[in-house]
Every structure is written in structure tokens, then in C-alpha cells.
Design a protein around this ligand. Structure first.
Ligand SMILES: N[C@@H](CCC(=O)N[C@@H](CS)C(=O)NCC(=O)O)C(=O)O
Length: 176
């Protein structure tokens, strides 16, 4: 059996997709959470001196999107055809654009800027970026068979609202 060890800080941030892929596929792994105090001791051991890093039988794989793509392929969530794979890649790359647009908000949270400043960045920068991205995701979900089934079964839910709520909660813990 392959040994997986995921190294990251004790927050969700860019390691969360990998953690969710492990949970979804019911694959055992070690979720190693290094605190900021311990981090200086570990930094030089990481290939790009950052985390997350996934150790696969001792091989240290850096970069969250590389880790996510690797696990998605291994566990069967990366698409069944080349076109599906490319679509998953496109959605992941769209997330990167969103991360760039939304970063000023994460940074303000991380730096514990005054609440009014955070609210202003949230309204002017963060919410438009999140609304745009979730709008895109919703369009894809509506077109996908599994997404459509979910929408039909749970008619009363507005899927974008659920995702938005979940994501805003997630974003609160993302590093700046
Ligand atoms: N492009 C990298 C970025 C990783 C990154 O920026 N990690 C931050 C935490 S979110 C880090 O390790 N910071 C500690 C440091 O730079 O010393 C990825 O997506 O994995």
C-alpha cells in the first residue's frame, strides 16, 4: 500500500482539496499539520520551501495544484476522457484566477486590518470575484449529468448559495 503524508499548516487553505480527495476516496493518509512556530525547522526540507507538500512513499511532491491533479488522477476524479480531463484542468485554472482576484481580501484578513477596511475589500473585490467564479461553476454543474441530478433531487436548495457559504467559510482560513 502506498504511504501518503500531506504536510501543511493547521488550516484548510491550499491543502484542503487534497484532504477532501483523500476523504472522498477513503484513502488512508497522514495529515501532518506543522505550526508556524515549528515551520522554520521544516522549511528547508520542502522542495520549494513552501507547503503543501505530499510525500508519496517518501517522494516529496510540492505545489497544491500538482498534488491535486496527481491525486485526482490516482483516485479517478480527473475525468474519463481527454476532454473531461481538460475541463477539470480548466476549472482548476479558473480557480487560480479567482485566487489572484480575491487575494487582497485574504491578505487583509491575514494582516487583521480594521473591520471597515476588510468589509470594503469584501464588497468591492472579494464578492464580485466569488460571484463570478460560482456563476461559472454553476453553469458547468447544470450541464453535467451528476450536477443536474443533484439539482433535480434537491430542488429546494440553491446550489450556488451552498457553495458560496461553504467557500466563504473556507476562505476565512486561507493564508494571505
Ligand atoms: N504555489 C504554491 C504556494 C504555496 C504557498 O504559498 N504556501 C504558503 C502557505 S499558503 C507557505 O508555505 N508559506 C510559508 C513560507 O513561505 O515560508 C502552492 O499552490 O502550493
Amino acid at each position: 500500500m502506498v504511504s501518503y503524508k500531506l504536510y501543511y499548516f493547521p488550516i484548510r487553505g491550499p491543502a484542503e482539496v487534497a484532504r477532501q480527495l483523500f476523504a472522498l476516496s477513503k484513502t488512508p493518509y497522514e495529515d501532518i499539520r506543522i505550526t508556524m512556530e515549528e515551520w522554520p525547522k521544516h522549511k528547508a526540507d520542502m522542495p520549494f520551501e513552501k507547503m503543501p507538500v505530499l510525500a508519496i512513499d517518501g517522494y516529496m511532491l510540492p505545489e497544491s495544484f500538482a498534488i491535486n491533479r496527481y491525486l485526482a488522477r490516482k483516485f479517478g476524479y480527473a475525468g474519463k476522457t481527454s476532454l473531461e480531463e481538460a475541463t477539470v484542468d480548466a476549472l482548476a485554472d479558473q480557480m487560480k484566477d479567482y485566487n489572484t482576484e480575491a487575494r487582497p481580501y485574504f491578505t487583509a484578513l491575514y494582516l487583521k486590518k480594521p473591520e471597515e477596511e476588510i468589509e470594503k475589500i469584501k464588497t468591492e473585490t472579494y464578492m464580485p470575484a466569488a460571484n463570478k467564479m460560482f456563476g461559472f461553476l454553476e453553469k458547468y454543474l447544470k450541464k453535467s449529468k451528476s450536477g443536474r441530478i443533484f439539482l433535480l433531487k434537491k430542488k429546494k436548495f440553491q446550489i450556488s448559495r451552498i457553495f458560496r457559504r461553504f467557500w466563504i467559510d473556507l476562505d476565512r482560513s486561507v493564508c494571505g
